[in-house]
Design a protein around this ligand. Structure first.
Ligand code: GLP
Length: 244
């Protein structure tokens, strides 16, 4: 496990984007696991900058996103499909057929979940997975619980997640109650994981992760401790709960 502390959000994003660029320099047909949320937004901005400067090529890259709300169409501005196109894919030379984001439009979501893991496997697995974290320690939409799914699955969102994510919606009633998420097993199978966290809001989670020795499904991010190649990139504010 490697911990990198950067001064602020911009530097944290630059560091994460640099790691992604190095991965693509090393393997042009990399499979990336991507995340949504306000944390990775700045990382995507940096990647777009690299692309516009001719320093990065996405033409052979494949992507798999972590999660998506159930009940929002792909065109809905709060869907993760919309977010990814708007914040990254519409601005780079990625081949649209190489983009995979959980799709909840279909009738058989269970079957979609099984196929999603198979698609990841068939693409040779995820080389580099980016994750953010929820204030309750959730990874993707793997919410704290007494057991977690290994593979991609349908989940009920925690009250706390609905409340926090309602900042993007007109009202809390509009926040979907269910989602599709990659399971912790799928995430842990990635070759390399980068966990990014910034701001005071994440300081309790970062502190709990670094100070507690236990691994528990009640604090899903703790499972990342078992990964063989985990890099944590945080800003100073996200470390503000840590003692010296
Ligand atoms: C969402 C996503 C997660 C994300 C988390 C934190 O609910 N499902 O993948 O890591 O919230 O989001 P933010 O980066 O906006 O704090």
């Amino acid at each position: 496990m490697k911990l990198i502390i950067k001064k602020n959000y911009e530097e944290m994003c630059a560091e994460a984007a640099k790691t992604i660029k190095e991965q693509l320099d090393h393997k042009k047909d990399t499979t990336l696991g991507l995340a949504t949320g306000s944390t990775p937004e700045g990382v995507y901005k940096e990647l777009i900058k690299y692309y516009k400067n001719g320093e990065i090529d996405f033409s052979q890259v494949r992507t798999f996103n972590l999660d998506e709300y159930i009940g929002l169409s792909k065109e809905n501005i709060n869907s993760f499909n919309y977010f990814m196109n708007d914040k990254l894919f519409d601005h780079i030379n990625i081949d649209k057929k190489n983009i995979h984001i959980p799709n909840c439009d279909g009738k058989n979501i269970e079957e979609f979940c099984r196929n999603y893991d198979k698609m990841i496997e068939d693409s040779g697995g995820i080389d580099l997975q980016i994750v953010g974290v929820g204030q309750n320690g959730h990874i993707a939409f793997n919410e704290p619980a007494n057991q977690l799914s290994f593979g991609t699955t349908i989940v009920e969102l925690a009250e706390n997640t609905i409340e926090i994510n309602s900042r993007f919606f007109d009202s809390i009633e509009d926040v979907p109650k269910k989602a599709i998420t990659m399971g912790m097993g799928t995430i842990m199978q990635a070759e390399k994981i980068i966990w990014i966290a910034n701001g005071k809001g994440k300081s309790k989670v970062v502190e709990k992760f670094l100070s507690e020795k236990t691994i528990t499904t009640e604090f899903p991010v703790s499972i990342l401790k078992l990964h063989k190649d985990l890099t944590i990139i945080v800003d100073e504010q996200a470390c503000s709960s840590l003692g010296r």
